[in-house]
Ligand binder design. Structure first.
Ligand SMILES: Cc1ncc(COP(=O)(O)O)c(C=O)c1O
Length: 282
């Protein structure tokens, strides 16, 4: 297995970073996960746009041009022979010794990256997954894809311990998103999802789903909704790079709709497949 460290592809054992790295000490950095399908980066432009936007919001300087960074990511995928899977890459604010909360304006960022190979889980896309609800205890800049994920990690662990795939987060009864995915509900044919504010990550899968919704003339409202609306929904779906649009068929042990993938989710999945075929040729 090879990894990316700065602008070099090296064997993972050689991928050492300093304990003075601000990513290690403060979670001071950002990251992206891009799906690799048929050896190609799916929705590459959207992910790179978000990476640059997260960097700007955190006053982080990306040390390479966009072309060079994209090239390094492709080099890593090829070095590991990833056909289907994902590539993870992150940028930290680099080393600061002695440790100090305040960051230096001239900090030199460090890029690292890894890959993981896995096929699309067609069974999961059809049969769906279960979820629990959990308090959204995260900070107030969830729009930044920062390495600081402990609130997300605690919620996901709670879900896994309950035998569920995801945790649906809410702030005092208002649903935001999931621990590592966006969330959409369908009631009487209308899709509802939280608007793009500081309280949710602007999901790339969410963008593709919005395109699908527009293409299929499905009515949609970008409005916060309550736990009561969540439990009364006909369909619920989570959306993320690793899960595409996956039906949630039960929440906190209560069945959603008829407990099966609904027609709106299926329609969105059809569009998703077409977009993959168009971009990655499979
Ligand atoms: C908190 C959160 N929301 C939403 C998403 C979905 O984003 P994307 O569709 O870009 O993978 C993720 C993905 O990691 C996430 O961590």
């Amino acid at each position: 297995m090879n990894v990316l460290v700065k602008d070099k592809i090296v064997a993972s054992e050689a991928g050492v970073v300093s304990i003075a790295d601000r990513g290690y000490q403060f979670g001071d950095g950002i990251y992206e996960v891009i799906r690799v399908l048929n050896g190609k980066l799916f929705t590459e432009k959207e992910h790179m746009d978000r990476f640059y936007s997260s960097a700007e919001k955190m006053e982080l300087v990306i040390p390479y041009t966009r072309e060079k960074l994209t090239g390094l990511i492709y080099d890593l995928i090829k070095a590991n022979n990833v056909i289907d899977g994902h590539v993870y890459f992150q940028l930290t604010r680099g080393n600061q010794d002695p440790r100090n909360h305040a960051f230096n304006d001239d900090a030199e960022g460090i890029i690292t990256g890894q890959t993981k190979a896995y096929p699309r889980d067609m069974k999961m896309l059809e049969e769906g997954v279960t979820a629990i609800t959990a308090d959204d205890i995260r900070w107030l800049r969830c729009d930044i894809k920062t390495l600081n994920l402990i609130g997300n990690c605690m919620a996901k662990t709670k879900a896994q311990r309950a035998g569920a795939e995801e945790a649906i987060l809410h702030r005092d009864g208002t649903v935001t998103e999931c621990s590592s995915s966006s969330l959409l509900i369908v009631k009487d044919g209308v899709v509802k999802t939280h608007p793009l504010t500081n309280l949710i990550l602007p999901g790339i899968t969410r963008i593709v789903i919005m395109e699908a919704i527009a293409a299929a003339n499905i009515p949609v409202v970008e409005e916060a909704f309550s736990l009561e609306e969540l439990f009364a929904a006909d369909e619920v779906m989570l959306a993320s790079t690793g899960h595409d649009a996956t039906p949630i068929i039960a929440i906190d042990g209560k069945q959603v709709g008829d407990g099966k993938r609904g027609p709106v989710t299926a329609e969105i999945q059809r569009y998703y497949d077409l977009r993959i075929e168009k971009e990655c040729g499979k």
